[in-house]
Design a protein around this ligand. Structure first.
Ligand code: S5P
Length: 493
């Protein structure tokens, strides 16, 4: 999409593309045999280095919105663009061969990569989406994760929607749409009103589908995590706590975590007992409890064992390694002794994970219980200052520590790796969009289907009913459980 900041730049690029005949109007026979009143050929920009540079610069703001480790251009036109972007901005590149090499290694991908790396596809324009899909197939078959692609022009012939198909699930970002391009050329007097109407009409009535043969190859590719069952995902977890969580979700048919944001021990124990059969996790903020004692911690742990749920202390560690070790093991709360799961910010750097892991391992050795940690990749509060690349950095740290990092506290999908769990707070049924202090709410369905949540975290939506009748409390919590779980199951089908 054109935005105010770069529209001047993009308008000059369109004018120059028109002047150098990269945008042609007339009657053209396309590869498919169809007659088209417009022909776009961005290949010729390799002969116009200044135009090439300016055009590639348009990709940069969109790249900043995507999470990736490497880029790959769709051969051949976008290969040159990807090469420029890689060299200029230091993004490691991969090259996909269009034809299989007949000698030597016979590989179709050139460059260094590791399975699980995220690759951003760079393409010049999209019509049906087939070219992007072919490249995505090759990358996914090699164990790489592809979730996003960037094109310069969206021809608005259905390609973006085609690639949103659940079997494909690639989000395509475009610098400019075809109608914006045509409107600019018309407004600047490069084409007549009649031509513009004719071309836009042609585009609207010529949507393209992905060829069936290509569609049939889809079963070869790795599907994103949401299609894997809980059992499959449990098998993929290296961390025993993550494994246990997926198994619990399956056996309790629940992806609900209740946030026990209450200030006295008895009410938290009452909540744990009432909610226990319906949840897979109970989350605490122990520093808001007035009468905390280790006896309370022991009783809560007994309830967690009896009802089979995980205890998560939402401590959001964010200090140097030396300090977080003491915060985790010591003080009044001695969290490492009784909690299964904790969470941390990545701001202090990777040592925070090493520090917490050391203590978690020591505690597990004592009591035989698995422990894990979540990384915070997003916050739900309005106006939060979490930077756009925070999630990508969290992901990079997570993949280096799969034995300890169970997943993310997120607001969008951070990783397509099915072993990582995404837990999303800020969930409430009803019309409330938020509270008076910046919290922003969404529904269980939106959290699961649009925000990538595997598990929903609900606080006030559930604890507000703690002092109602038991029946009312149960009806409400069962509603949350059912809506969260059904949303997940619908996504898997
Ligand atoms: O981004 C976040 C992260 C967390 S862990 N937003 C959140 O709201 N949380 C926590 O989730 C928050 O600290 C609180 O304990 C819970 C949400 O509670 P609710 O009452 O608004 O559902």
């Amino acid at each position: 999409m054109v935005n105010d900041n770069n529209s001047a730049g993009i308008n000059s690029i369109i004018r120059r593309l028109f002047e150098c005949n990269a945008l042609k109007f007339g009657q053209f026979k396309l590869k498919s045999g169809i007659e088209s009143p417009v022909y776009i050929d961005l290949r010729i920009i390799i002969s116009q280095p200044d135009l090439m540079i300016d055009l590639c610069q348009q990709y940069v703001p969109l790249m900043k919105q995507c999470r990736f480790d490497q880029i790959c251009g769709v051969p051949y036109t976008a290969l040159t663009m990807a090469t420029y972007l890689s060299a200029q901005f230091h993004y490691p590149m991969l090259m996909r061969r269009k034809e299989m090499k007949q000698h030597g290694t016979k590989q179709t991908l050139e460059g260094v990569f590791q399975q699980g790396n995220r690759v951003l596809i760079i393409e010049d324009l999209i019509s049906s989406g087939s070219s992007i899909l072919e490249t995505a197939l090759a990358l996914r078959q090699a164990g790489l994760i592809v979730t996003d692609a960037i094109v310069f022009i969206d021809r608005e012939q259905g390609g973006i929607q085609n690639l949103r198909h659940p079997d494909i699930d690639i989000k395509v970002h475009s610098c400019i749409s075809f109608s914006e391009l045509i409107n600019y050329l018309k407004n600047e007097g490069h084409i007549t009103d009649e031509k513009s109407t004719e071309v836009l009409k042609w585009i609207n009535s010529n949507h393209c589908a992905i060829p069936v043969a290509l569609h049939n190859q889809l079963s070869l590719i790795t599907r994103p995590s949401s299609w894997k069952s809980y059992e499959d995902r449990a098998r993929l977890c290296q961390n025993p706590l993550g494994k246990r969580l997926f198994e619990l979700m399956k056996s309790k048919q629940s992806n609900l975590c209740v946030s026990a944001d209450l200030t006295n021990c008895e009410s938290i124990l009452k909540l744990a007992d009432l909610a226990g059969p319906h949840i897979v996790m109970l989350k605490t903020h122990v520093d808001i409890i007035d009468d905390f004692s280790m006896d309370f911690a022991r009783r809560l742990r007994d309830l967690a064992r009896n009802h089979n749920f995980i205890l998560f202390e939402d401590r959001k560690f964010a200090d140097i390694g030396f300090t977080v070790q003491k915060q985790y093991t010591g003080g009044l709360f001695r969290l490492s002794e009784w909690t299964d799961l904790i969470n941390a910010h990545i701001l202090p750097g990777p040592a925070i994970i090493d520090a917490l892991r050391q203590e978690a391992v020591a505690s597990s050795l004592k009591d035989g219980q698995a422990r894990g940690c979540l990384l915070i990749s997003h916050l739900s509060s309005e106006g939060n200052l979490v930077p756009a690349d925070y999630a990508q950095e969290a992901y990079k740290m997570a993949i280096k520590n799969p034995d300890f990092i169970v997943g993310f506290i997120s607001q969008t999908k951070v990783s397509a790796d099915p072993a990582f769990i995404h837990m999303t707070p800020g969930v409430k049924i009803g019309n409330e969009k938020g509270d008076q202090l910046g919290q922003q709410y969404t529904t269980p369905e939106d959290a699961v289907q649009n925000k990538g949540a595997d598990l929903i975290i609900v606080g006030r939506g559930i604890i507000s009913k703690l002092n109602s009748s038991r029946e009312e409390f149960e009806t409400n919590i069962i509603l949350y459980k059912k809506r969260g779980y059904d949303a997940y199951i619908n996504l898997c089908q």
